[in-house]
Design a protein. Sequence first.
Length: 73
Amino acid sequence: MGEHIETKVEQVPKLALNRIDAAKSIGVSPATLDRLVLRGILRPCRATRRPLYAVKEIERFLKATTPNSDWTI
């Protein structure tokens, strides 16, 4: 009695974020995220009813909009 059984839960990496989480990840409001999409600067995936933002697309956007960026994706 009193044994502690540790369970492991595997985390599946997120490949895409919803609108709210994508906005939070780049530090802008959802309205600003919408404006970036309207300007064609950020491209959501429309595989579902609601837009999803691929993590790779967010990384591409950050790299493309960072002057003198030396970080790689």
